[in-house]
Each structure stands twice: as C-alpha cells, then as structure tokens.
Ligand binder design. Structure first.
Ligand SMILES: N[C@@H](CCC(=O)N[C@@H](CS)C(=O)NCC(=O)O)C(=O)O
Length: 222
C-alpha cells in the first residue's frame, strides 16, 4: 500500500517527514494543501488531522500527525536504512540530537525568518540582530557535530538530518532571496557562516529522492 502524505509547500515540519521517507527510498502520494486557501483547516482535512496541522502521514488505517512520530514509526515499519541508528548507543545519541534540534532550531530560525518572509522586515533592528545572534549560536551546535562526521546523525543520514535540514535550507533560501537584510544581520551565505553546514546541505541535497521533497513553489518563484 502506498503511503499518503499531506503537506503545505515550504512548511518545515512536513518536510522532515518527507525527508525520512526519502532517506528510506519510500514512495508516497502527496496531497499538497494550500495554506493561503486554508485547506489545512477544511472539514475534510480536519477529519484526517483534527489539529489542522501538517504533516499527516497515513498508512491504511494508521494516521500520524507529528513529524517526529512519523520518523520513529517509519523506522519500525521499514527498518532498512535506519533513521535512529543500528545500536542502542546510536539510538540514544540520535534521539538526543533530534530533540535538541527540535527544541531549539525551529524557534531560532523563525525568530529571523518570520519577520523577513511574513512581515517584510528589511531593516536590521535591534530585535532582529538579537534573533540573528541566537540563530548563529544554534547553527554553531550543528557545525560542531558536522566537524565530527558527515551527517548530523553520524556516518549516514538519519532523523537529526531530517529534522534540521528544512530549517537550514529555509535560512539558505532567505540568503538567496533576501540577501541585503540577511547580510546586514551577519548571515551572508552558508559557506561564510559555516563551511561544515554548507557542505552538509550539498551532501543531503545530493542524496537520492531528496530533490522531490523540496517546496514545489520554489521551482516557480524567486
Ligand atoms: N510539532 C508538529 C508541528 C506541526 C506544525 O505546527 N506544522 C505547521 C507547519 S510547519 C502547521 O501545520 N501550521 C499550521 C497551523 O498550525 O495552523 C510536528 O513536528 O509535526
């Protein structure tokens, strides 16, 4: 049975689930919801996901609506190419890093990107500069991990990579599409910020099936 996957273009949480499926080479049917038209709050979607959030992943009569739960479930259902490692030690380390990223990176990222993408901020205010500093400190944690091995999960891509990548790629997207304000905030480009993170992004992007997880609207607009 093919997995079903509900998402909104560019939303980081469903992107994590898509990466988990991509790392395992799984096929899935995509239901692309329009956030602008509030399709994620429609009665039809609320019947599938009562919180009206994305992702939702459905496999037969089982439905999941939390990205980390999807990753954990994928590993039990499709054990090949494990997302949480092979050994108890790997699992502990990967869960620790996954939850570290989950707890800190999304807020640090949206502290900078939400004002820029959603409110049109184009001045480096004191608030935005403080948010940029917080983000740089979070990115430093990723850099330190990537100085030890090629992926955030270790020698192969896994849950930490699936959770962190969408946020980092959205930061890079802001560097590409809003260069002036990002430069003014000390976030000019990934390579200048962290060669380790820049190389990791390229490594993840080069993996099979990852290209198809990218936000469809990026292909159409700058
Ligand atoms: N903790 C959830 C967060 C899900 C979530 O909030 N998704 C966002 C998109 S990234 C969403 O659906 N926002 C719409 C809303 O909250 O109405 C997860 O990791 O899946």
């Amino acid at each position: 049975m093919t997995l079903e996957f509900w998402t909104v273009s560019g939303a980081p949480s469903p992107w994590r689930a898509a990466l988990g499926m991509a790392f395992k080479g799984l096929e899935y049917d995509v239901h692309l919801l329009s956030a602008g038209q509030k399709e994620h709050k429609s009665d039809a979607y609320l019947a599938i996901n009562p919180r009206g959030t994305v992702p939702t992943v459905k496999d037969g009569d089982m439905t999941l609506g939390q990205s980390i739960a999807v990753l954990a479930w994928l590993d039990r259902k499709f054990p090949a190419s494990p997302l949480f490692g092979e050994t108890p030690q790997d699992a502990g380390t990967i869960w620790q890093r996954t939850m570290d990223v989950f707890d800190y990176l999304p807020d640090a990222t949206s502290g900078v990107l939400s004002p820029i993408f959603f409110d049109g901020a184009d001045k480096a205010t004191d608030d935005l500069k403080a948010a940029a500093k917080t983000l740089q400190a979070e990115l430093k944690h990723l850099t330190d991990t990537l100085a030890q091995h090629p992926f955030l999960s270790g020698t192969r891509p896994g849950a930490v990579d699936a959770v962190a990548f969408p946020h980092v790629r959205l930061i890079q997207r802001a560097m590409e599409t809003k260069p002036q304000i990002m430069q003014d905030l000390g976030l000019p480009d990934l390579t200048a910020l962290s060669p380790e993170i820049a190389a990791w992004v390229q490594r993840v992007e080069a993996l099979p099936n990852v290209a198809q997880t990218f936000p469809p609207h990026w292909a159409n607009a700058a």
